[in-house]
Every structure is written in structure tokens, then in C-alpha cells.
Design a protein around this ligand. Structure first.
Ligand SMILES: [Zn+2]
Length: 349
């Protein structure tokens, strides 16, 4: 069922009003900020949420270090501080720390049972930071419930010897995304951000699940859709050009469509230009801070990333900009300042 008859979530009118006036700013990378905290296994499992087999909350005997989404439950103040730093750096939209909060992604950690709590807590933590920032400077902030692609693909076989094999089905993904999105809405998200899409079939399952969650919640949240171009051919991992990608997701009538991650801003530019030419909705771009170096770290300075993103704005290609892997509050502050002189892209009719 398509939920277009449902009432819109209250944030939509404010979002549209701000987007008509200026380029909206999305926040930066949660993962690289968490890395700088130097957390231990105990930080990930403390707080009575994860205590090994027999724990009444979410028993697991697997190590949890690196399960960043879990910190919304076990170190909520640390996550709230990161969100708040991005908000005060100029971000209008804060992404929840829930990129891997599906049963499919949490299976790696044996924490499928925690998925509902992870999403509710992830949204609540971002909401608190957003409301604190608004109390401080009077500007509205919005919480985007972040839905990652999972670590499995529905349209390509991971086994070169068995091209018909699939590691996950549409219905598996639809169920997992539905559980996630229900929690994100319950925790107070204003939007749903389906991001880092490498496989359009996965994204379609997330869109379908979002519609079902909206029907359960009785209101429709704006959807942001963000694909990722993974190689020099300018296609997603499942082989689509940006134009094909747009036509595959246009039925969702998304609040925005765009690209994130993978390539830095310089390599992303022609693909954002192509999307901008075909999609009659807002365009969103949040590149990494360049390409990772040999150690998997990102070297682009705030000024370098901001200069390139400002180029997108100067050319009239974008309505929402921010940063992905390797971007800090300094990057977001520099991006916000660099795009401020430019008008948002005019959305084609
Ligand atoms: Zn990224």
C-alpha cells in the first residue's frame, strides 16, 4: 500500500520552508568521531544492556567493540555529545547512530534481540542533542533516522561459482528494515534516511518497509534516499547509472535523492550533476573527506572538502550537503560557511 493518503509528519512543512530559503546542512561522520574516543570493550558492553549469556537484556557471548550503534545504549552521553558538536557546527539534520541497527547487520554481533532498543535509543539520543542545540540558538534541527544498506545484497550473488545464489531475500530485508524504522519513528525521528545504497533492490525493500511503518504509525515521514557510486565507471555496485537509480526509487516521492560515501567530492561531482538534471526533488550530497589512505584514514582537511562542496553549490546542483566518512564538526562548519553565499538549487517542475 502506498501511504500518500496519510498525514505528513509535522517536520515536513518546516523542512520545506527552510529548504526554499537556503542549502540545508547534514551532519558528518559518526564512525570516525567514535574512533577518536579510544573506547574499550567495556564501553561497548557496560550499562546493563549487554552482559554475556544469561543477561536479561540482550545476552551475547561475542565481543562488541566496533559495534558503534550499541553506544547509543551503553554510552549515550558520548553519542549525544558528538551529535551536539555537529549541530553547533551548523548541521540542520542529525543522522541517528543506527547505520547497522538491523537484525541482518547485528547478526555479526549476536545482538539481533537489541534491534528495537538500538533504534529507539539512537533516535532519542539524536533528538536530545537536536533539542539542546535548538534551545541554544533558536534554529530548528531535524533528526534523520539512518537506515544503512546491511552487509548483504539482494540482487547479486556473493559466490562467483553460483550466480543464482542470494545471501538475503527482499522479504528478509523488508522485515528487518521494518523493525528498524518502527523503532526510529518511536524514538522521535523527523525523517527516514536510506543511505549508502549500493544495491537498489535493498533500497526498494527499505522504501517498502518505510511505507508499511508509516501506515502503522499513522503518519508519513519525509524519506531521504542516498546511493553510493563505488567505482570509476560511475555506477552503483548493482550496476546502475545515477539516472537509472533515480527512476528506480522515484515512486517513493522522496524528500531528497543524492549520493554519499565511497568517493570524495571531486569524483562525486559528475554523478551529482547527472542526478540534479533528472530528479524533480531536492538533491543531497555528502561525500567522504577524500579517498581513504593506506591506513583507511581520511586526509582531506575541512577547507579542502568545503571548497569542493561549495563548488556543487555554486553550480546550483544541490539543496542539502554534509559529510560522510572522515568528516568532523570542523568539516561541517567549513562546509556550512562555504555554501552559505549560494542559493539552493531550483527544483525542476
Ligand atoms: Zn562514508
Amino acid at each position: 500500500m502506498l501511504p500518500f493518503a496519510l498525514p505528513d509528519a509535522p517536520a515536513l512543512a518546516t523542512l520545506r520552508a527552510v529548504a526554499a530559503q537556503r542549502i540545508l546542512i547534514l551532519d558528518g561522520a559518526m564512525g570516525t568521531m567514535i574512533q577518536t574516543l579510544g573506547l574499550s570493550e567495556e564501553d561497548f558492553t557496560d550499562g546493563g544492556h549487554v552482559h554475556g549469556p544469561g543477561c536479561r537484556h540482550h545476552p551475547t557471548d561475542r565481543p562488541q567493540k566496533g559495534n558503534n550503534d550499541l553506544l547509543s545504549l551503553t554510552r549515550p552521553e558520548a553519542i549525544e555529545d558528538i551529535h551536539f558538536a555537529f549541530a553547533m557546527a551548523g548541521a540542520d539534520i542529525l543522522e541517528t547512530n543506527t547505520f547497522s541497527s538491523t537484525t541482518i547487520a547485528q547478526a555479526d554481533y549476536g545482538l539481533e534481540s537489541a534491534v528495537h532498543d538500538l533504534n529507539v535509543a539512537g533516535a532519542q539520543v539524536a533528538r536530545r542533542a537536536a533539542d539542546r542545540a535548538t534551545a541554544e540558538d533558536g534554529r530548528p534541527r531535524f533528526v534523520a533516522g539512518a537506515v544503512g544498506p546491511t552487509n548483504r545484497t539482494a540482487s547479486i550473488s556473493p559466490d562467483v561459482n553460483d550466480p543464482g545464489y542470494r545471501a538475503v531475500s527482499f522479504d528478509d530485508l523488508r522485515t528487518a528494515y521494518g523493525q528498524q524504522i518502527d523503532g526510529l519513528i518511536e524514538g522521535g525521528s523527523d525523517l527516514i534516511l536510506i543511505e549508502t545504497i549500493f544495491d537498489t533492490l535493498n533500497a526498494k525493500a527499505a522504501i517498502f518497509a518505510a511505507f508499511e511503518s508509516f501506515a502503522r504509525a499513522g503518519r508519513r515521514l519525509p524519506i531521504m534516499i542516498s546511493g553510493t557510486i563505488t567505482d570509476a565507471s560511475g555506477r552503483t555496485l548493482s550496476g546502475q547509472t545515477p539516472t537509472a537509480f533515480w527512476h528506480s526509487v522515484a515512486h517513493a516521492r522522496p524528500f531528497s535523492v543524492g549520493l554519499n560515501c565511497a568517493l570524495g567530492a571531486a569524483a562525486m561531482r559528475p554523478h551529482i550533476a547527472e542526478l540534479s538534471g533528472v530528479a524533480p526533488t531536492l538533491i543531497c550530497a555528502y561525500p567522504n573527506a577524500g579517498l581513504p589512505n593506506a591506513f583507511g584514514q581520511y586526509d582531506e582537511t575541512a577547507e579542502q572538502t568545503a571548497e569542493q562542496v561549495a563548488g556543487f553549490a555554486q553550480e546550483g546542483l544541490v539543496n542539502i550537503v554534509g559529510g560522510c566518512c572522515g568528516t568532523t564538526p570542523d568539516h561541517i562548519r567549513a562546509i556550512a560557511e562555504a555554501v552559505a553565499p549560494f542559493a539552493p538549487r531550483t527544483v525542476p517542475a
